[in-house]
Design a protein around this ligand. Sequence first.
Ligand SMILES: NC(=O)c1ccc[n+]([C@@H]2O[C@H](COP(=O)([O-])OP(=O)(O)OC[C@H]3O[C@@H](n4cnc5c(N)ncnc54)[C@H](O)[C@@H]3O)[C@@H](O)[C@H]2O)c1
Ligand SMILES: O=c1ccn([C@@H]2O[C@H](COP(=O)(O)OP(=O)(O)O[C@H]3O[C@H](CO)[C@@H](O)[C@H](O)[C@H]3O)[C@@H](O)[C@H]2O)c(=O)[nH]1
Length: 457
Amino acid sequence: MKIAVIGAGYVGLVTAACLTEMGNRVVCVDAAAQKVAALKRGEMPIYEPGLEDIVVSALNAGLLDFTTSLESAVASADYVFIAVGTPMQDDGRCDTSAVLSVARALGQSLTDDAIVITKSTVPVGTGDQVESIIQERLRLRNAAFKVDVVSNPEFLKEGAAVADFMTPDRIIVGSDSQHAREMMGVLYAPYLRRNDRILYMGRREAEMTKYASNAMLAARISFMNEIAELCEHCDVDVEDVRLGMGADKRIGNAFLFPGAGYGGSCLPKDVRALIATGEDRALDMCILKSVDERNQAQKRVMFDKLYRYFDGQLEGKAIAVWGLAFKPGTDDIREAPALNLIEKLVEAGARIVAYDPVAMANTRRYFAKFPYAARVRFVDEPNAAVVGADALVVVTEWKRFRQPDFRSLKLAMRGRLIVDGRNLYHSGHLSRIGFDYRGVGRDNKGLNPPHRDRITT
Ligand SMILES: NC(=O)c1ccc[n+]([C@@H]2O[C@H](COP(=O)([O-])OP(=O)(O)OC[C@H]3O[C@@H](n4cnc5c(N)ncnc54)[C@H](O)[C@@H]3O)[C@@H](O)[C@H]2O)c1
Ligand SMILES: O=c1ccn([C@@H]2O[C@H](COP(=O)(O)OP(=O)(O)O[C@H]3O[C@H](CO)[C@@H](O)[C@H](O)[C@H]3O)[C@@H](O)[C@H]2O)c(=O)[nH]1
């Protein structure tokens, strides 16, 4: 089948690449000429495990191409995916301008019947707008093609995007058109051989399903972060509580990890967009507002732990930061908790030595614009970051941070504080080596009551 994908970001590029895996011919369009030129050479603009191999082999097989010309890409395409960005505006609302501008271009450029699929995350009713923009343009051109506009939200997670696309939990198809539903069923059939979970619904319901899903994930995290704070005040280890709760099948283990707050380009933005959707209808989205507020507060938690430990004296302190990406497996630093932490620490006079396996280039670029950029140093090895450090903060749970040689760390560091923003370590073990341990929702005071020793993590 011939497919055009508009947008070569995380979603567009993964969609385009994974569609070629089943033999489809895909042309991926992006407005950024440099990105397109690099992709044509097989150079990835993002770090996403497994993606490069698929892109390079699809390029070599002639199944994939990249272009800046939407017009040429959509000519005779059976399916056109819209996967451009929908960033958050200053007031929290979703900026759908790129999606609508693509809709206008499609209305002018389509040359035959097509299924237009919105993969970008868009507020309820955007699909209706896309449809009327396209139909209006087609009318002006006296073009009588049958164009169905489908909502097919994407649920991939960065760092696991290829696997999520190839073996999805579910595929949501929002359209009332029988023809469009059938075409979408045909397109996705090869991805559903082991798990035939394709759900058909109305377009508006599909748009809402995407937001409600992300809001639910965010709510679980904020809920656990609140419980974690309570645990600290009750001398309770939240990790036992998390495991105990997750063992209930009705609750499950996923997305119950307390930590440094949720980041990324989706959960923060989508929660705020959903709040705005409610407010536009005079609804008080009190649960979602609390989810968002809790998350903003959570991003300060690690700083507060450092601040309290050093009695507010952070001036001149050397702080090692392990992990900059908003989660492991990606170089994406959008809304990453590490950025808030570093900014606050530097404002308080600390010096930062940071390490991340793949996100350092993006972080270096991010801080370059700040006058204090020189106070943030990057090193090539996690162990190099801790040399002479007064404290180590673990912000992202990359696997290589999970079992460090603590005795070497102890020798390399000047101070003895470890702030474990992802609860990776065993507090009793660290205390015996001589560290002061601060997790999230555990050992707030650095004390390790004897009963903690029986916990195996
Ligand atoms: N990143 C994720 O994990 C994820 C997962 C599911 C859904 N989403 C949603 O998917 C959408 C895309 O997200 P992303 O992370 O891939 O964004 P991104 O910022 O990584 O990529 C968007 C791309 O679209 C291009 N673009 C913008 N306007 C264009 C236009 N008019 N014509 C052609 N190209 C244009 C940009 O140059 C950019 O390369 C968003 O709505 C997002 O909320 C993202
Ligand atoms: O128990 C948890 C799980 C996650 N996080 C944090 O939550 C954020 C988001 O993580 P995750 O959801 O895994 O990453 P994303 O790639 O942003 O994926 C989310 O956002 C995408 C874009 O909409 C959706 O497609 C995915 O289904 C949805 O999981 C990260 O900062 C994580 O550290 C926690 O703090 N605790």
